[in-house]
Design a protein around this ligand. Structure first.
Ligand code: ATP
Ligand code: MG
Length: 298
């Protein structure tokens, strides 16, 4: 198999995109889907070629210095967010990318509204920002554990029955504002099955080098699987917008998930289509003068 063309990447991205207005049922999204690709012997090579495209577009994005790209990753534990981020971004200049991992908010974060910490972590113009978990935790983990709202110091939060719908609207508005101001979004839900999560947890327990990744909290959250699925379905249904649609990427096959993620990000970068700035005739004359001076050096 040779590289993935721009039109194949666009088709893969389109396939996993949630069209705005669609009611999402995660049970209908096969976590083992590989779109008919069999694990190519050269999966690594294929991913490498796809990430080279990202590297080139990142250079152009930086040179153009007007737009930025924010990639949001959400998933259940052990779905492979970290691995996907590491592999997909491996070819990109580290100076052009910033990854921010969001844990439960603490300290000054709790003194502000829930979007504040995400706002300050946004990518600068010319940069790619990656959110490893995001503002969506506020309508996912907080929805599954409403007692977390108590710590948010929100006036009357617990009595506010319309809070989730309202937050979907707030997040949509926030994202619309970002896109209107040159920060494009790609939102990816890595969809792993409950059975595959079990296998990966067991591996984390059995293999000493993976022990550090395991946390007893993960088992507690796993027990709430169905509640999480309902929260994800509702969140994705209400926040897949024209300006920032979700992609539900099957994640039971890591090699495929990584290639699909690279295609989705690559497709968005092609759509942004950043260009190296062209120079003015005056700048060209300056370059030529500098060249003459350098060549004439004794
Ligand atoms: P892994 O998949 O390797 O476990 P992770 O993203 O789960 O990676 P952890 O350090 O295990 O990283 O967990 C981060 C935790 O922070 C998650 O359980 C997540 O639900 C929680 N978290 C993130 N944002 C919020 C939030 N706004 N409110 C409450 N909890 C949050
Ligand atoms: Mg975790």
């Amino acid at each position: 198999m040779s590289g993935i063309s721009a039109s194949d990447a666009a088709a893969i991205s389109r396939h996993f995109r949630v069209e705005p207005g669609t009611k999402v049922d995660l049970g209908h999204h096969d976590t083992r889907n590989t779109l008919g690709f069999e694990r190519p012997r050269d999966a690594k090579e294929l991913l490498h070629e796809t990430t080279e495209v990202l590297a080139e577009y990142q250079r152009r994005l930086a040179a153009q210095d007007s737009d930025s790209l924010l990639v949001v990753f959400q998933a259940m534990d052990a779905a492979g967010k970290d691995g996907a981020i590491g592999h997909v971004m491996s070819g990109v200049n580290p100076q052009g990318v910033r990854v921010t991992s969001f844990k439960a908010p603490v300290g000054v974060e709790l003194e502000h509204d829930y979007l504040w910490r995400h706002m300050v972590a946004l990518p600068e113009r010319g940069m790619i920002g990656i959110f490893n978990r995001s503002q969506y935790e506020e309508v996912l983990v907080v929805r599954v554990h409403p007692e977390l709202l108590e710590r948010r110091k929100l006036p009357g939060a617990l009595e506010d029955t319309g809070i989730w719908k309202r937050r979907f609207g707030e997040i949509n508005g926030f994202e619309r504002y970002l896109v209107d101001n040159g920060c494009h979004l790609v939102k990816i839900f890595l969809h792993v099955s409950r059975t595959e999560q079990r296998e990966r947890f067991l591996a984390r327990i059995e293999e000493p080098d993976k022990n550090w990744k395991f946390s007893a909290v993960d088992i507690r959250e796993r027990a709430r699987w169905d509640d999480y699925m309902r929260a994800y379905e509702d969140a994705i249904t209400h926040t897949s917008t024209k300006w920032a649609p979700w992609h539900i990427v099957p994640a039971d096959r890591k090699w495929f998930a990584r290639i699909a993620v690279a295609c989705i990000i690559g497709d968005k970068l092609r759509e942004i289509d950043p260009r190296y700035p062209t120079i003015t005739p005056e700048q060209r004359a300056e370059l030529q003068a500098a060249e003459r001076e350098l060549r004439d050096e004794p």
